[in-house]
Design a protein around this ligand. Structure first.
Ligand code: UD1
Ligand code: CA
Length: 450
């Protein structure tokens, strides 16, 4: 299909009062990405020529979030959904293609559905295509009146509907595709002569029909058009989104032992034959190669993990943790901004930050890279095949040469040359018989006191 003439309009001027948030409603994230960006990213493969966002309050927040990706139009005051589209006139008056009206707070619509609406407009020649759905509970949604030949005759708002009309099961999602040729001609004919005293976008259907233009309906799944007006609806939408991500990864060859306890980000990338144990969380920017196992209670963010590696349980990979192939990161290990080369092992209780860990190096339990002096961060370089004894503190900036060994419990403040042994701790002394004498003396003292 050729979508070269597509414009997207996202309505987001509603107050969003029920979110009780200083953050604009459409900037609340799902899978780590603002709802608004879900919509734009879903539409982006359809190559819209123009993206217009209609906002009321909070324009600066929306602007900061979308940058140059969209034109922002302010609707003040907000006189209804029809009025919200009317205010895009400056941006779209000369646009003759398809105009797809989306709601900023209805973020889960799929690319397939958008495409279906565009295709339906092309094939039916309709001036207006409305996205309908049949919810389990029709609540106060607008109702779609479709005639026997399948033409959409009108959308009746619940407040204005008769008993008979309220009995209609097919509801209005609000999402609509309009012919740019006719859009402003239809919008100019709107009035606010209705129960809400608003300019209803939905009225363009009756107006189009009166002008002898057709209107059509495309149907979507209830979940796809769910709206987010409160924190609990946000959680519901997150659940729907996560369920679809989990299904996607399983379809792509990822084993999820307990899918419902694994949380993905919108940009998580996972290879084939990866196994993810229960309770794993992916923040933004994670890439996992093939044949990796991620054990329970691991938290990953901004990290990449090479083929055949093993992570966790209880591991934390922070931004710019870059792990090579066959790496082992065990329990209670935190890695930040560090390159861990192929075959390296950091098996227990370590912090590795601002560092390189060379190929096949072994980092003993409890090793800490002391990377921060309260003002600046410093780098630790650990060479290939180096062995760091348990409970060592590597005080950065510091270099451990290839093949070097650091004795357990060392505080390393100077460079260690390749293949050397560095021990930086108090030398052990042994005093023969000291313990026996100590016990005898103490027992005597205690007896004399008692
Ligand atoms: C609208 C539809 C209704 C549909 C329902 C689906 C109309 C008249 N009614 O009703 O048929 O079943 O959505 O949820 O269109 N907005 C603006 N400016 C405004 C008013 C709204 O930008 O002046 C935006 C809101 O931010 C929101 C969307 O439009 O994203 C829908 O607004 P809302 O007030 O929730 O519409 P409803 O009255 O629920
Ligand atoms: Ca609504």
């Amino acid at each position: 299909m050729n979508n070269s003439d597509l414009a997207i309009v996202i309505l987001a001027a509603g107050k969003g009062t029920r979110m009780k948030s200083s953050l604009h409603k459409v900037l609340h994230p799902l899978g780590g990405r603002p709802m608004l960006h879900h919509l734009m990213d879903t539409a982006s493969p359809l190559k819209p020529e123009r993206n217009v966002i209609v906002v009321g309050a909070g324009k600066e927040q929306v602007e900061a979030s979308v940058g140059h990706m969209a034109d922002i139009v302010v609707q003040e005051p907000q006189l209804g959904t029809g009025h919200a589209v009317q205010v895009t006139k400056d941006k779209l008056h000369d646009f003759k293609g398809d105009v797809l009206i989306l709601y900023g707070d209805v973020p889960l619509i799929t690319q397939d559905t958008m495409q279906k609406m565009i295709d339906t407009r092309a094939s039916s020649g309709a001036a207006v295509v409305v996205l309908g759905f049949t919810p389990a509970d029709a609540k106060a949604y607008g109702r779609l009146k479709v005639n026997d030949s399948g033409n959409l005759d009108a959308i009746i708002e619940f407040k204005d509907a008769s008993e008979e009309e309220r009995a209609i099961a097919l509801c209005n999602s609000g999402i609509m595709s309009l012919s740019g040729e006719h859009m402003f001609e239809l919008l100019d004919a709107l009035d606010d002569n209705n129960a809400a005293k608003e300019f209803y976008l939905t009225d363009v259907v009756e107006i189009a029909n009166k002008k002898g233009l057709n209107c059509a309906v495309v149907e979507a799944d209830e979940q796809e058009v769910m709206g987010v007006n409160s924190r609990s609806e946000l959680a519901e939408a997150e659940d729907v989104y996560q369920t679809s991500r989990r299904q996607y990864f399983m379809d792509e060859g990822v084993t999820l032992t307990d899918p419902s306890s694994v949380y993905f980000c919108h940009d998580t990338k996972i290879g084939c034959d990866v196994t993810i144990a229960p309770n794993v969380f992916f923040g933004p920017g994670v890439t996992i190669a093939d044949n990796v196992t991620i054990h329970s209670f691991s938290h990953l963010e901004g990290a990449s993990v090479g083929e055949g590696s093993s992570i966790g349980p209880f591991a934390r990979l922070r931004p710019a943790a870059e792990l090579g192939k066959g790496v082992k990161v065990g329990n209670f290990v935190e890695i930040k901004k560090a390159e861990v080369e192929d075959g390296a092992k950091i098996s227990h209780l370590s912090y590795v930050g601002d560092a390189r860990v060379g190929k096949n190096a072994n980092i003993g339990a409890g090793t800490i890279t002391c990377n921060y002096d309260g003002y600046f961060k410093y780098h630790t370089d650990i060479g290939e095949g180096a062995f760091i004894g348990s409970n060592s503190a590597l005080v950065a900036p510091v270099t451990i040469g290839d093949g070097a060994i650091v004795g357990a419990g060392s505080v390393v403040t100077m460079a260690v040359e390749a293949d050397a042994l560095a021990i930086a701790r108090g030398k052990q002394r042994s005093l023969g018989g000291w313990a026996t004498k100590f016990r005898t003396d103490q027992q005597k003292k205690k007896k004399n006191k008692g």
